[in-house]
Structure formats: structure tokens, C-alpha cells
Design a protein around this ligand. Structure first.
Ligand code: PHE
Length: 340
């Protein structure tokens, strides 16, 4: 009897079951009515009185061990069934939420792309600039209102104060100082003006300005480049109109309108019933500006233009309130997912 108990005790740990059925068969084989452990308990009656205590203890150890082993095997089997139920390989995956490019980035990239086709390269410069690069070198007289505290955020005062650039023309100045013609650059970037925030104005906005300097660059070249841009941006049937204007750094200067792409020139509330939408300022670079940066104005001429990215984006998507571009409301931004 003792040897039978010892043999079973040694065997138990190596017993396995790969299914519920096998496990049940094992349990019956050991502890069922006719199981080997049950049989040992039956035989216990014949054990001699002086051995009863010892054999009884051994039998109880065997019974507990068998029960524990069977429970452990059951836990393993159940854990396995649970995982296989939750790994349904035919289930569709969790959707990975994709972001969207900011509408202003989309338009900026589009503008850059259009001018790249005309041979322009991108130039960048500091947002915190000095008075000379933002105004002085661009022929702004000292008393010009754009230099006023009302318009410009100053960082320091003094002879050549540090300020936040009010346009990216400062990048053009930096290029003219270092590069020699031909120069053909576009300057995208953030600019700052001290304006009350409303649906139509903000103290931060984005510009793309362009500059082309070479021998024999004429106003006709400017007009043709602007027309090419307008048609690429707003459609092949778009017309442009140049109105005389004034900028200290260009002479002559003009404001460019495109025919309203919403009403096709008939008149609507976006173009305020004029049939035209203003998109940029431009002009022939003033000889004073060329000379200030050491470029011979007798040999070289050039044109410059500048536009607000927000304005172009508003016209493209008819966004009525400028503030949407700065609030980062995902409900607004996610609408541009397909516009990449
Ligand atoms: N710098 C001008 C502005 O910020 C735009 C401009 C650029 C106009 C180049 C003419 C030529 O308003």
C-alpha cells in the first residue's frame, strides 16, 4: 500500500491534459468512484492499526496534491480558451486616427510649389528683426506710420530697435545683402502687427513674399508671373486686375485683384458685389532699395510681391473668420484632411 501511494505521489506532477475532456478523464481515473486514489481509501480499512495513522496522513497528502494538480491544469486550460476567444483574427483592426495638415500649411506649400515651377527658391529669416531690415533698408522714411507703436511690436528702443517683423520683406533684404543677381526667392513666414483681434484681423499672420532681380526685369514680367500664379491657384479661367498703389520699397506699385471665383464676376457677398478679390501687393523694386543693399540699380531691375496666406486660404475655402486658423479646434482642422 505504501509503495502504491509513493508511486502515485511521484507520478502526479507529470500528469497533463490538453483538453477539458482529457482533464475530466484524468480526474475520474484518480478520484472518481473507481479511481486509483478512491481505491486506496477503500483499502485503508485493511491497514494494520499501528500503521493507520501514518498511512492515513500519506493518503490525505496524496488526495490534496491530486486535487491541487487537477485545479492547476484546469486554470491553464481556461486561460488558453479565454485568449483564443479574444484573438479573433478575422476582426477588423482598430482605426488609427490620422491627423490633418493645417490649412495654412497646405496653402503655403501650394504657393511655394507654384513659384518653384518659375525657378524660385525658398528663403527664410528671423522673426525677431531690427528696424533696419524691416524698414530702413526698404526705403521707409523715419516718420513712416508703419514704424509706429500702433503697428509694430517693439522689443527694444533706440537707434535701430529690435522688433517683431511686420512683413517678410526683411528676408528679401537679407538675401540682397549676401547674394548677387540673379536673385529669385520666395519668403514664407510668420509676421506680427499690433492689431485688435477680430474676424478680419489678427496680431499674427502669415505671408509669402517674392523677389526677382536680374538684368532687364520689367513690369510685364511681374504681370505675367502674377497671372501664372493666380491661374494655378484659383483656376485657368481667372482674370487679374492691377490697381495703382503705394509701397515705400516699390515704384511703381500695384495691388492685384483676381476675378471672384465664387460668382464668376457677377457679384456676391464675398467680393462685395465688385466681382474682384484683392490677393496681393506688388511692384518694381525701388532703386533706393537695390542700392541700400549694394546692388547696382543701373544694371539690375527687379520686382517684388507679397501676399497673406490667411487671405488666400479664406478665398480658397470661404472661411469667414480668421480666428479659426489660430484656435486649433480639431473640428475645424479635420475638415482639411482631404485637401493635402
Ligand atoms: N511687404 C508688403 C506688406 O507686407 C507686401 C509687398 C511686398 C508689397 C512686395 C509690394 C511688394 O504689405
Amino acid at each position: 500500500m505504501r509503495s502504491k501511494i509513493d508511486q502515485l505521489l511521484a507520478e502526479i506532477d507529470s500528469l497533463t491534459a490538453v483538453s477539458r475532456e482529457e482533464l475530466e478523464a484524468l480526474r475520474v481515473r484518480l478520484m472518481g468512484k473507481k479511481g486509483s486514489i478512491t481505491a486506496l481509501f477503500d483499502d485503508f480499512k485493511q491497514v494494520a492499526a499501528e500503521e493507520k495513522r501514518e498511512i492515513g496522513q500519506l493518503l490525505n497528502v496524496l488526495k490534496t496534491k491530486a486535487a491541487e494538480h487537477i485545479n492547476a491544469l484546469r486554470d491553464v486550460l481556461e486561460a488558453k480558451t479565454e485568449t483564443s476567444a479574444s484573438t479573433d483574427l478575422s476582426m477588423p483592426g482598430h482605426p488609427a486616427p490620422s491627423g490633418a495638415r493645417h490649412p495654412l500649411s497646405i496653402v503655403r506649400n501650394e504657393i511655394i510649389d507654384i513659384f518653384k515651377h518659375l525657378g524660385y527658391t525658398v528663403a527664410e529669416g528671423p522673426e525677431v528683426e531690427d528696424d533696419y531690415h524691416v524698414f530702413g533698408a526698404l526705403n521707409f522714411p523715419p516718420e513712416h506710420p508703419a514704424r509706429d507703436m500702433q503697428d509694430t511690436f517693439f522689443v527694444t528702443t533706440g537707434d535701430n530697435p529690435v522688433l517683431l517683423r511686420t512683413h517678410t520683406s526683411s528676408v528679401q533684404v537679407r538675401s540682397m545683402e549676401t547674394a548677387r543677381p540673379p536673385i529669385r526667392i520666395i519668403c514664407p513666414g510668420r509676421v506680427f502687427r499690433n492689431e485688435a483681434i477680430s474676424a478680419r484681423a489678427h496680431c499674427i499672420f502669415h505671408q509669402v513674399e517674392g523677389l526677382y532681380i536680374d538684368e532687364n526685369v520689367s513690369f510685364a514680367d511681374l504681370k505675367q508671373s502674377v497671372l501664372y500664379f493666380a491661374r494655378e491657384m484659383f483656376g485657368a479661367d481667372v482674370q487679374i486686375r492691377l490697381r495703382p498703389s503705394y509701397f515705400p520699397f516699390t515704384e511703381p506699385s500695384a495691388e492685384v485683384d483676381v476675378s471672384c471665383n465664387i460668382c464668376k464676376g457677377k457679384g456676391c457677398n464675398v467680393c462685395k458685389y465688385t466681382g474682384w478679390l484683392e490677393i496681393m501687393g506688388c511692384g518694381m523694386v525701388d532703386p533706393n532699395v537695390l542700392e541700400a543693399s549694394g546692388i547696382d540699380s543701373k544694371k539690375y531691375t527687379g520686382f517684388a510681391f507679397g501676399m497673406g496666406i490667411e487671405r488666400i486660404a479664406m478665398l480658397k475655402w470661404q472661411v469667414k473668420d480668421l480666428r479659426h486658423y489660430f484656435e486649433n479646434d480639431v473640428r475645424f482642422l479635420s475638415q482639411f484632411k482631404t485637401a493635402l
